[in-house]
Design a protein around this ligand. Structure first.
Ligand SMILES: N[C@@H](CCC(=O)N[C@@H](CS)C(=O)NCC(=O)O)C(=O)O
Length: 345
């Protein structure tokens, strides 16, 4: 048994490969495929099968959180700014934003990177991926989930759409409209890039073990026994799952070469531009591609991507612009007021 309370190996796999074929837990994703199109350097390669980036609902929430937010961390209109102004917990709680996440999840990272870049403070709650107790207040069992002034927003695409609207309404100097080209790349991240990540991090048994070490350290809140079980069983399961099922499902034949080609297709599409935004500041597509690659940092795949693609300069430029995180883990005091800490009826 991997976890207590009847949580078994099968559950571990479910946890590892989230619903709808999207990543899971170990959170580096899993999914589709496509073949690289050489036709248009400014278009993302077309996915051969796509997982919809949900468009579910959400509330109108974010209504006033940004504009009425007195402690907003401001960042000077800056040149691909290295805006390293961390947000204090006090600022974060006043923003009313709480992100339920898995630390290494690329979908969660897209949301974090967006808020970091826009200097939006937020609190984070780490969800324990086996039992997901922290999501006991909702039937939606994936992350990210954002609470905005207590209202729940599910799905990274929906969360980002709402955050973008609010950044726009706030008159933020960082806001600019997203071009169609950027929208295509943003969709490509969800439909393709994110799904190449697990195929890479679980590509060989040794990488799979390395990934589990990293993931267990990053986010799992297991007992020592669960930890050991998770490391070995998880590494084997994910290795086999990618090899026997997911790679086939998503048309991935050579995960490493494909991630190199895919990342380079984005870099080639930049042409002479510093960012896909066409300005001296990263736009939403830059942030989304950066977030997916960034979720590999610390793993062999990341080093290989940096060495074998043209992405390093753009990556470091984007990293500098994103700056320090404006997020912090919810303090006990903050957590006490959050829905997952309330007694279940
Ligand atoms: N379309 C969703 C996908 C989110 C997703 O698949 N998240 C994974 C973690 S990376 C998840 O929660 N899987 C369910 C699980 O772990 O049980 C989004 O963009 O937010």
């Amino acid at each position: 048994m991997l976890g207590g309370g009847g949580v078994g190996l099968r559950r571990a796999v479910v946890m590892l490969v989230g619903g709808g074929g999207a990543v899971a837990t170990a959170s580096l994703a899993v999914n589709p495929s496509f073949s690289i199109s050489s036709s248009s350097p400014s278009s993302p390669p077309a996915a051969s099968s796509s997982s919809s980036s949900s468009s579910s609902s959400s509330s109108s929430v974010l209504s006033s959180w940004w504009s009425s937010f007195p402690n907003k961390v401001s960042c000077e209109e800056a040149v691909a700014s290295n805006c390293n102004t961390p947000a204090s917990p006090a600022q974060a709680s006043s923003s009313g934003l709480v992100l339920y996440q898995y630390a290494p999840c690329p979908f969660c990272n897209k949301v974090r990177v967006f808020m970091d870049y826009h200097r939006i403070p937020y609190a984070k709650v780490e969800v324990e991926p086996l039992r997901k107790k922290q999501l006991n207040f909702t039937d939606y069992k994936k992350v990210p989930v954002l609470l905005a002034d207590g209202t729940q927003i599910n799905d990274s695409a929906v969360i980002l759409a709402q955050l973008t609207e609010r950044v726009k309404a706030s008159g933020s100097p960082h806001y600019r409209d997203t071009t169609e080209e950027e929208q295509r790349w943003i969709k490509w991240v969800d439909d393709r890039l994110v799904h190449l990540l697990p195929s890479n991090i679980y590509r060989t048994m040794s990488e799979s073990l390395q990934s589990f070490d990293y993931l267990l350290n990053a986010s799992f809140q297991f007992t020592p026994t669960e930890r050991t079980m998770a490391r070995y069983s998880g590494a084997v399961i994910m290795y086999l799952l990618c090899k026997l099922k997911l790679n086939k499902k998503y048309g991935i034949q050579d995960p490493r070469q494909e991630i190199y080609q895919d990342v380079d297709s984005f870099i080639n599409a930049l042409g002479e531009r510093e960012f896909m935004s066409g300005t001296y500041k990263p736009g939403s597509a830059d942030l989304a591609v950066y977030a997916a690659i960034n979720s590999l940092e610390g793993l062999e795949s990341f080093d290989d991507v940096m060495k074998n693609t043209q992405a390093a300069t753009w990556y470091q430029r984007t990293k500098a612009a994103v700056g320090l995180s404006t997020g912090h883990y919810a303090t006990d005091e903050e957590a006490a007021g959050l829905p997952h800490m309330q007694p279940t009826p």
